[in-house]
Design a protein around this ligand. Structure first.
Ligand code: SF4
Length: 409
């Protein structure tokens, strides 16, 4: 892979997590439970943390949510859960944070949307109240601009200026300009108020992939603040996953982005942890971070009638997920392991040889035997009903041998 140079940004500490170009890209997520519902919110928060979310954001929209957040953070810290908790504020953040300063002190970061802090003078006053609270309690702030709630004063001003031009710019250009201006003006105001750039995170989310890329590229050129990446209202299912991956990958490939969240529309029966898994998969597939061993498997074709290899690939993935907790503790670095499960002789041996450990199953007209390759060398041929069990045994042996913490004599 060509070396990706991360865009240089300062280190921003949020609880025990560090953001910025000197640190790995951080995965974060947001609950969708009512924050006032402590049991549901705590349960989901712990699920997200267990899945690998390094920071978790809660909506704090009223007094009940604020009180609940105070109590839940105390509960988490009392149980030694140190994951930073972010408060998401709109409209009344200035009131909630100043009403009970315990909330301001306990949260690790505040997210504010400059389009939702009020209009005219009130907007600046409310924004300043939140920033002053962050300064007082040494907290980081994310200024999160969102196309759906863009600062109306800025949008009107940009549109007015545009209408006076001999050749007005396109609506898209006006939109990009307003997003970037809103983000940067708010950052500059926060810095004027005394917030350090080591406490500042910036995002500017839109719902269209190309618009998101364009706005983040402009922000990256215009400022050096830590950037939180995300595609807002990405949608659900395959569409949400594919759109998020497309937008974020293009930016990450340019070295843009210090932390990321994938915003998927909830679906019945799908865990909220999906958004964490998608972030991890994006980072891992691009080779930026590793979270779990990867299984390379072919799509199958007319050369293999049996679904045996499909099942085996699935079972190996499930086996790895099941074993990961233990593997992580006993075998540091196991996340980089690459396993191949292939359908026939065409690409099977080649992919298997390029993996750390791989198996090439027999295609329709091949001998019913499955060569296994370890570190590029053919080391066994499996046959019969126990192929899966034999391969898993070889996998376990390989992991133990290569990643064991115990030093070899
Ligand atoms: S490895 Fe074999 S079965 Fe798999 S896609 Fe290629 S040709 Fe088809």
């Amino acid at each position: 892979m060509s070396k990706i140079v991360r865009r240089k940004t300062p280190s921003v500490q949020i609880g025990g997590v560090l953001l910025g170009s000197a640190h790995p890209i951080v995965v974060q997520s947001m609950t969708d439970t009512p924050t006032a519902d402590q049991s549901a919110t705590l349960e989901q928060t712990l699920e997200l943390i267990e899945a690998g979310s390094q920071m978790v954001r809660w909506t704090i929209n009223d007094d009940a949510a604020a009180e609940s957040a105070i109590s839940m953070i105390k509960h988490l810290r009392a149980h030694n859960v140190k994951t930073p908790i972010i408060g998401d504020f709109h409209f009344n953040g200035h009131l909630l944070l100043s009403k009970d300063e315990e909330l301001a002190a306990l949260l690790d970061k505040y997210r504010i949307n400059p389009g939702n802090t009020g209009r005219g003078l009130r907007k600046d006053e409310n924004f300043a109240t939140i920033i002053r609270m962050a300064i007082k309690y040494k907290k980081a702030v994310r200024i999160g601009v969102n196309w759906g709630s863009l600062d109306k004063d800025i949008l009107s001003a940009v549109m007015d200026d545009n209408s006076k031009l001999p050749v007005p710019k396109s609506i898209k250009e006006v939109m990009y300009q307003a997003m970037v201006e809103s983000a940067l003006e708010s950052c500059h105001y926060a810095l004027e108020l005394g917030l350090s750039d080591e406490k500042l995170v910036l995002s500017a989310k839109l719902s269209v992939v190309q618009d998101t890329i364009e706005v983040y590229e402009r922000l990256a050129r215009a400022c050096g603040y830590v950037l939180h990446l995300g595609l807002t209202e990405a949608g659900g299912g395959i569409k949400g996953v594919a759109s998020s991956a497309a937008a974020l990958s293009v930016l990450l490939q340019q070295g843009i982005g210090d932390t990321m969240r994938v915003s998927l529309t909830p679906e019945p029966g799908v865990s909220r942890t999906r958004e964490v898994e998608v972030c991890q998969e994006i980072l891992q597939s691009m080779g930026f971070r590793y979270f779990i061993p990867s299984v390379v498997s072919c799509p199958g074709c007319g050369r293999t009638k049996s679904v045996y290899f499909q099942n085996l690939a699935k079972e190996i993935r499930e086996y790895i997920s099941f074993r990961m907790k233990d593997w992580r503790e006993r075998y540091p670095g196991v996340e980089v392991l690459k396993i191949a499960v292939m359908g026939c002789v065409v690409n099977g041996p080649g992919e298997s040889m390029h993996a750390d450990i791989g198996i090439s199953l027999p295609g329709s007209s091949e001998d019913p035997s499955a060569p296994v390759f370890i570190d590029g060398k053919k080391c066994a041929v499996l046959k019969g009903d126990a192929i899966k069990d034999d391969f898993i045994r070889m996998l376990e042996d390989y992991v133990k041998e290569r990643f064991s913490k115990v030093s070899k004599p």
